[in-house]
Unconditional design. Structure first.
Length: 381
């Protein structure tokens, strides 16, 4: 029979292996679980109020909150993505059918006058008649058609993955709202840390999650307002629609709010409004984009009471390392480290100093006489 020490080591190794396997199982939906935890932490007070109002029915209040999250966040983003993909497919189909049926000249005639002249001038460097390019363009369309179809099929697959992640987020959110207290109690009971330490770390997580979520919503609203001012000055058609799209795109770091301004600027450019298009593009890339770099760190700094430089690098360093979810993980990792240092200094460092046994020098000092001028008796030889 093995010793107790070896059995403990084997058991710890088995626990680590089990943790690695669990991490492998949940890793495909890691981002969904993180977002669900963040939203659940922010909505926990609302869930408690709704539960008491509905006669202690947590499932009903959690279901209503999940439906609200779906309507406020997921459906507009999914509808916008579906709109972009649908319009892209229609545009490619229109260009292909026009080239195959009527030729390049018919396609150029549908452009604004200034853009048509520019396109014909560019084509004149390759051929005297634009229709001479019909055969070549048809051949190129035939060669690259499968690539275009593959691109849109990949886009549809990505949309399906996004829908799956959103579904998993809602499911995780529901269970966290309903059984969040029991889950926290289980962590406190089974954690090797002291009970107060676990609660303090969870409180830090809730504070960071709420701060990042609130700062993201407020920053997106400020960016949408700044973009709306630019749309109104530039005379963009349907400025409120573009402002709404800007608000939701501000939540996607890979796209950002500035991309919507650039898209609207391209629309103005196609309508022949060159100077207003240039103004709007500059407004989006400078004013609207800088709002995100200034407002979000300022709000997070205010809520977390952390230095602005640390917040800035935590936000954008986390986004660079982990993607969109890094906007949460970056500040969370930094706050977690600071909380661990604070807890160790409070609960362990002082105790270590108090429990440290006195050294030989200290013992000698304690046995030394206290008389400042002791009488020394000389010894006889």
């Amino acid at each position: 029979m093995g010793s107790r020490t070896s059995a403990r080591r084997i058991f710890i190794a088995l626990i680590l292996i089990a943790l690695a396997l669990v991490a492998t199982v949940i890793s495909p939906f890691g981002a969904a679980f993180v977002f669900a935890t963040v939203i659940a932490g922010a909505l926990a007070p609302v869930h408690r109020k709704l539960t008491s109002r509905f006669g202690n029915r947590p499932n009903l209040s959690a279901s209503l909150l999940c439906v609200g999250v779906l309507l406020l966040l997921l459906l507009p983003l999914g509808g916008l993505a579906a709109f972009i993909i649908t319009e892209g497919i229609r545009a490619v189909k229109f260009v292909t059918e026009t080239l195959q049926g009527e030729g390049v000249s018919a396609l150029l005639e549908r452009l604004p006058d200034w853009l048509e002249k520019l396109a014909r001038r560019g084509l004149s460097t390759f051929a005297t008649d634009p229709n001479d390019l019909n055969d070549e363009l048809k051949r190129q369309a035939g060669e690259h058609g499968p690539k275009v179809a593959r691109f849109f099929s990949d886009a549809l697959a990505a949309t399906g993955k996004a829908i799956l992640q959103g579904t998993m987020t809602l499911i995780a959110l529901f269970f966290l709202l309903v059984d969040g207290k029991q889950f926290v109690a289980w962590i406190e009971d089974n954690s090797p840390l002291m009970r107060g330490q676990v609660g303090e770390l969870l409180s830090e997580f809730r504070k960071v999650s709420t701060a990042v979520l609130v700062s993201s919503v407020v920053t997106s609203g400020v960016q949408a307002l700044a973009a709306l001012i630019g749309y109104a000055i530039a005379g963009v058609p349907q400025p409120f629609f573009f402002a709404l799209v800007t608000f939701f795109m501000a939540f996607v770091p890979a796209i950002g709010a500035g991309s919507v301004c650039v898209t609207a600027a391209l629309l103005l450019l196609a309508l022949g409004k060159t100077w207003t298009a240039l103004f709007l593009a500059g407004w989006g890339l400078i004013v609207v984009a800088l709002v995100d770099n200034w407002v979000k760190p300022l709000l997070v700094k205010r809520d977390l009471h952390m230095h602005g430089g640390i917040v800035f690098f935590a936000l954008f360093g986390g986004m660079t390392a982990f993607g969109a979810v890094g906007l949460l993980l970056g500040p969370l990792i930094v706050t977690f480290l600071l909380a661990l240092v604070r807890i160790y200094k409070r609960d362990f460092a002082a105790n270590d100093g108090a429990e440290q046994p006195p050294s030989a020098l200290d013992e000698g000092a304690q046995r030394a006489p206290t008389d400042p001028d002791p009488q020394v008796t000389p010894q006889r030889s």
